[in-house]
Design a binder for this molecule. Structure first.
Ligand code: ATP
Length: 454
C-alpha cells in the first residue's frame, strides 16, 4: 500500500528526523535541518556508503576536497556556460518553473530535456499547458538560468574575486587525480570516492528533501584504461544495485534501472543509466551511473597545462584514463530509505503501530532500555550506561510499556530491553524484536553476544 507523502513527512518532523530550516524565523524556502535521529541516520548511511565503496573495496581510496575551487575548474569542466536550466514564468501569478519539468510532469513519455528552448516553447503552446498554480496560459519566453551559486573570496567584491560553490563533488576528485595516483602509487584501474556538500541554485526545489539547493553527494570516480576489456560500467551498476538491495534492504519492486537514450546523454557521457525510485510523489532519479569517457581529465589537462596522462609501465603507452561515475545524493537516498521502511500495521488487539523497518545497523538507536516500573530505574540506568559503551542506545521510562514500545517502533529501534522485578534476581532482561514483536528472556552477561548475532 502506498503511504501518503504528507504522512511520512509529518512523521519525520515530529520524531526529530528532519526540521524545517530556520523555522523560528518563518523558515527558508526548501531548506531542511536534520534533527538528532536524522543526523544519526544520515551519518550511518554515509559511513555505510564509504565502507562499501571506499574502505572495503581493494581498488578504491577516499578524498575530501574543498567546496570552493579555482573558477578555472568550472570553465574546464563545462559548468560555467553549460550548467543551466530553462526558466519560465507565469505572467499571471508570477510563479516560476523549469520548463522541461513542466512538460514532463504532464507528458511522462516526453524527454523535454532534449528539446531546445524554441521547441519547448512551441510544445507548451501547442499542447495548451497551463500554469499548475493559477491555470493561466500566459507564460514568458524561456530564459537560461545559471545553476551555480556565486560568492566572493576576500574583501573586494569584484569580478576577479568571484568564486562558485561546487555543484558536484566530482571535479574536486578530477583536479586531485594526479596527486592521489602518485602519492598512493595507484595503478589503473582504481577509484577515488568522496562525500561532501554540493550546491545548485535549483529553479524548482521541492518534494521535501528530494531536491534542495544545498545537499550532499556521494560520488565515486573510477579510472581505467580505454584498452581494459573488463566491463567496468556493468560492474559498478551491479555494485550499486547490490548496495541498494542488500545493504539498505530497499525493495526490488520499488526501483527501476533506466538507460538514457542518445539525445538525453550529457555532453561528457557516452552511456548513462539512472536508478529511479518510486517515491510517494512519483518516480524520480536516485542514482546516476555515467561513463564520462576521458572528458574531464582531458579538459583539465587542456585548461591547466598539467600532464594528466597515465603511463602504462608494461606497454609503455601513455593515455588519459577513462572514468565510470556512480553518483548519488545523500538526502535522496535517505528519503528512499525512509519511504521504503515506513509501514503501518494493525495489531491483533485492534491498535495500530507505525514502524520504520530500517536495516538494524542503520537505525538511529540499536537498543532502547525500558524499566518496566519506576522501581527498576536505577538498575536500568546502570545497564543503559554500560550498553552505551558499545551500542547506540537510548533510555525511556515515561508512559506505559506498550506506548514506549510504539515510540521505539516509530523511530526504527530494532531491540527494546525491558528490565523488570525479576531482573535483580535472575540477571535477565526481556528482549523484544521490533519487526516480529517476539520477546525473549536473555541474561545480561549474554546481551552483547545476543545483540550482535541477531
Ligand atoms: P535531476 O535530473 O534530478 O536534477 P541530475 O541528473 O542533475 O538530477 P546529477 O547531476 O547526475 O543529477 O547528480 C547526481 C546525483 O545527485 C543525483 O542522482 C541525485 O541523487 C543528487 N542530486 C542532484 N541534484 C540534487 C538536488 N538538487 N537535491 C538533492 N540531490 C540532488
Amino acid at each position: 500500500m502506498k503511504i501518503a507523502f504528507d504522512k511520512i513527512i509529518n512523521h519525520l518532523k515530529t520524531q526529530g528526523f528532519v526540521f524545517q530550516g530556520s523555522e523560528i524565523y518563518g523558515g527558508l524556502a526548501n531548506s531542511w535541518d536534520y534533527g538528532p535521529l536524522g543526523s544519526e541516520l544520515k551519518n550511518k548511511l554515509k559511513s555505510c556508503w564509504w565502507n562499501y565503496f571506499v574502505k572495503r573495496n581493494k581498488l578504491n581510496v577516499g578524498i575530501d576536497t574543498s567546496i570552493i575551487l579555482n573558477p578555472k575548474v568550472w570553465i574546464a569542466s563545462g559548468h560555467l556556460g553549460n550548467f543551466n536550466d530553462p526558466l519560465i514564468d507565469c505572467k499571471s501569478c508570477k510563479s516560476r518553473f523549469r520548463a522541461d519539468k513542466l512538460v514532463e510532469e504532464l507528458y511522462v513519455d516526453i524527454n523535454a530535456g532534449n528539446l531546445n528552448y524554441d521547441e519547448l516553447e512551441s510544445f507548451i503552446k501547442e499542447n495548451k499547458i497551463s500554469c499548475p498554480k493559477c491555470k493561466s496560459f500566459d507564460f514568458t519566453n524561456i530564459r537560461q538560468f545559471d545553476l551555480m551559486f556565486k560568492t566572493f573570496q576576500g574583501p573586494i567584491e569584484d569580478d576577479s574575486a568571484k568564486v562558485y560553490l561546487r555543484p558536484e563533488t566530482a571535479q574536486g576528485i578530477f583536479v586531485q587525480y594526479k596527486n592521489t595516483q602518485r602519492a598512493l602509487r595507484k595503478k589503473l584501474p582504481f577509484g577515488i570516492g568522496q562525500i561532501g556538500k554540493s550546491f545548485r541554485n535549483e529553479i524548482t526545489p521541492g518534494n521535501f528533501i528530494f531536491r534542495t539547493r544545498e545537499f550532499e553527494q556521494m560520488e565515486l570516480e573510477f579510472f581505467f584504461s580505454p584498452n581494459d576489456t573488463n566491463n567496468w560500467f556493468d560492474y559498478w551498476l551491479k555494485k550499486v544495485q547490490d548496495f541498494i538491495l542488500n545493504e539498505l534492504n530497499i525493495k526490488k519492486d520499488n526501483f527501476i534501472v533506466r538507460e538514457h537514450d542518445k539525445e538525453e546523454l550529457s555532453h561528457y557521457s557516452n552511456k548513462t543509466v539512472d536508478i529511479e525510485y518510486e517515491f510517494p510523489f512519483g518516480r524520480g532519479e536516485l542514482w546516476g551511473i555515467a561513463h564520462r569517457s576521458d572528458y574531464d581529465l582531458s579538459q583539465h589537462q587542456k585548461f591547466s597545462g598539467e600532464d594528466l596522462s597515465y603511463l602504462d609501465q608494461e606497454s609503455g603507452i601513455k593515455f588519459i584514463p577513462h572514468v565510470i561515475e556512480p553518483s548519488v545524493g545523500v538526502e535522496r537516498l535517505l528519503l528512499a530509505l525512509l519511504c521504503d521502511s515506513y509501514c503501518e500495521e494493525k495489531l491483533p488487539n485492534g491498535e495500530s503501530r507505525i514502524i520504520l523497518k530500517l536495516p538494524k545497523k542503520l537505525a538511529p538507536y540499536q537498543i532502547a532500555v525500558l524499566p518496566l516500573q519506576k522501581q527498576q530505574s536505577e538498575l536500568s540506568v546502570k545497564l543503559y550506561e554500560k550498553l552505551l559503551l558499545n551500542f547506540d542506545a537510548t533510555y525511556d521510562e515515561s508512559g506505559n510499556i506498550g506506548k514506549r514500545y510504539r515510540r521505539q517502533d516509530a523511530i526504527g529501534t530494532p531491540y527494546c530491553l525491558t528490565v523488570d522485578f525479576e531482573t535483580e534476581k535472575d540477571n535477565c532482561v526481556t528482549v523484544r524484536d521490533r519487526d516480529s514483536m517476539e520477546q525473549k528472556r536473555v541474561n545480561i552477561n549474554d546481551l552483547s553476544n545476543y545483540l550482535t548475532n541477531n
